[in-house]
Design a protein around this ligand. Structure first.
Ligand SMILES: O=c1[nH]cnc2cc3nc(NCc4cccs4)[nH]c3cc12
Length: 374
C-alpha cells in the first residue's frame, strides 16, 4: 500500500527497544532497519535486486560523492537517483558534510557552510545547509539529512559545544530550505560530542523543531563502544518516542544489537560491504578473514544454515582463492554473504522485539559469535 505521507508506527516495544514501520510513497521500512551504503549510486558489488531480495527496504546515498560526480543537476536531468540506479524503494541521503571533513582537501567550515576542494579534480565547492537540501532534493531523496558538524572524539567541551550549536542553527536553516515535501522527510542530527549536558540540549532543541525523525551523530568516530552506548542512553529519553531514531555510521553486529536494545531504529554502515571486499566475512558464528591460509583447503561453506547462496554453497577454500587472487567474484560473494547476515540479524531483532524476547535473542546471537571465534 503506497501513501502520500511519511508515517512512523511503533508496533511493539521490549524495554527501550522498538519494532515498527516507516511508511513512505516508495515503500515501507521495517525497523529496526539496516541501510546498505550505496555511495556512488551503487551498493558496491551488488545488483539492486539482490540488495532488495536480502530484505533491505532502504539504501543510503552519499551527497558528497554524487554532487561531485555525476553532479546533482545531472542526476535530476536523468530522472533522479531512483531511476538512475534502478532502486525504486526509499533512499536516505546524507548531507555531505561528514564526508567533506573525512575525504576532501583544503576545507573550511564557518557559519555559512563548508568550503572544500573535490578529492576527484580539486575543484572548489561550497556546501551550505540550503545547498545540501537542494542537492538532496535534486537527487530525489526520500529522507534527507541536515547539514551538521561532526567533531572527532576525544575533543574539548568547548569544541563539542561550538559544533553542536552550529549544527542546531544549520538544522533550522535546513528545515526552512526543505519546506513541506509530502511523503518525504528531513531528519535532524543530535550532536554534542561525549558531553551529556550538550547531548541533552541538542536533543531538546531539535525536538522543538518538530522534524520527522532524528539521527544521533558524532558517534562511531573512534570512541570506545561504552562511550557510544552511554551517549545513546543519555540522549534517548530526550528524543520523541513516536519518531525514528537513526544512529549514523553504526556498525558491527555487536554495536547494532546493543544500540537496538537502547532504542535505536535505523543504522547505516560501510562495514559489511567494505569488509566483504577485503576478504572479511560476518556470520552467525562470528567473523573470519578469508585471506587467512587456514582456509586454503577448507571445503566447508561459510554458513550452511544461511539461505544465501554465497554463504551455503561455495567452499571457504574457493573463496580464499578468489580473495587471494583479488578476483571480482570474491568481492561479490563476500559482500553478498555479509549483507545477507546483517539483514538476517535485523529480521531476527525485529521478530525478537515483537515476541518480547529481545534479551534472550541477543544472548543467543552473542553466544554464536563467541563459539565461532574460538
Ligand atoms: O555526526 C555525523 N553526521 C553526519 N554523518 C555522520 C556519519 C558517520 N559515520 C560514522 N561512523 C562510520 C564511519 C565511516 C567512515 C569514517 S567513520 N559516524 C558518523 C557521524 C556522522
Amino acid at each position: 500500500m503506497t501513501t502520500e505521507s511519511f508515517t512512523f508506527t511503533v508496533n511493539k516495544t521490549d524495554g527501550a527497544a522498538r519494532t515498527g514501520e516507516i511508511r513512505m510513497p516508495r515503500g515501507v521500512i521495517r525497523t529496526p532497519a539496516f541501510m546498505p551504503v550505496g555511495t556512488a549510486a551503487t551498493v558496491k558489488a551488488m545488483y539492486p535486486d539482490q540488495v532488495k531480495a536480502l530484505g533491505a527496504d532502504v539504501v543510503l546515498g552519499n551527497t558528497y560523492h554524487l554532487m561531485l560526480r555525476p553532479g546533482a543537476e545531472r542526476v535530476a536531468k536523468l530522472g533522479g537517483l531512483h531511476q538512475f540506479m534502478n532502486w525504486p524503494y526509499p533512499i536516505l541521503t546524507d548531507s555531505g558534510g561528514f564526508q567533506v571533513m573525512s575525504l576532501s582537501a583544503l576545507r573550511k567550515i564557518d557559519e555559512t557552510g563548508v568550503t572544500f576542494q573535490s578529492h576527484i579534480d580539486g575543484s572548489t565547492h561550497v556546501l551550505t545547509p540550503e545547498r545540501s537540501i537542494e542537492i538532496q532534493g535534486l537527487l530525489g531523496s526520500d529522507i534527507q539529512m541536515q547539514l551538521d558538524e561532526c567533531v572527532k572524539l576525544p575533543c574539548s567541551d568547548e569544541v563539542a559545544e561550538k559544533a553542536m550549536r552550529l549544527s542546531l542553527r544549520w538544522a533550522e536553516r535546513c528545515r526552512v530550505a526543505f519546506g513541506e515535501q509530502p511523503g518525504k522527510a528531513m531528519f535532524g542530527i543530535v550532536q554534542g560530542g561525549a558531553v551529556e549536558r550538550l547531548r541533552i540540549e541538542s536533543a531538546k532543541e531539535l525536538t522543538a523543531l518538530d522534524l520527522k525523525g532524528y539521527a544521533i551523530g558524532g558517534l562511531a568516530v573512534g570512541e570506545p563502544q561504552d562511550v557510544m552506548l552511554r551517549m545513546i542512553e543519555t540522549v534517548e529519553p530526550h528524543m520523541p518516542k513516536e519518531k525514528p531514531r537513526y544512529l549514523m555510521g553504526v556498525g558491527t553486529p555487536d554495536d547494532i544489537v546493543e544500540a537496538v536494545r537502547r532504542g535505536v531504529d535505523m543504522f547505516d554502515c560501510v562495514m559489511p560491504t567494505r569488509a566483504g571486499r577485503h576478504g572479511q566475512v560476518f556470520t552467525r558464528h562470528g567473523r573470519m578473514n578469508l585471506r587467512n591460509a587456514r582456509f586454503a583447503e577448507d571445503v566447508s561453506p561459510l554458513d550452511p544454515e544461511s539461505k544465501c547462496t554465497a554463504s551455503n554453497t561455495y567452499s571457504r577454500a574457493y573463496l580464499h582463492h578468489l580473495v587471494r587472487s583479488n578476483e571480482i567474484l570474491g568481492m561479490m560473494l563476500l559482500t553478498w554473504n555479509n549483507l545477507a547476515y546483517y539483514q538476517e540479524l535485523m529480521a531476527g531483532l525485529r521478530k525478537a522485539i515483537a515476541e518480547g524476547r529481545l534479551d534472550d535473542y541477543i544472548g543467543e546471537v552473542k553466544e554464536g559469535w563467541v563459539k565461532g571465534e574460538r
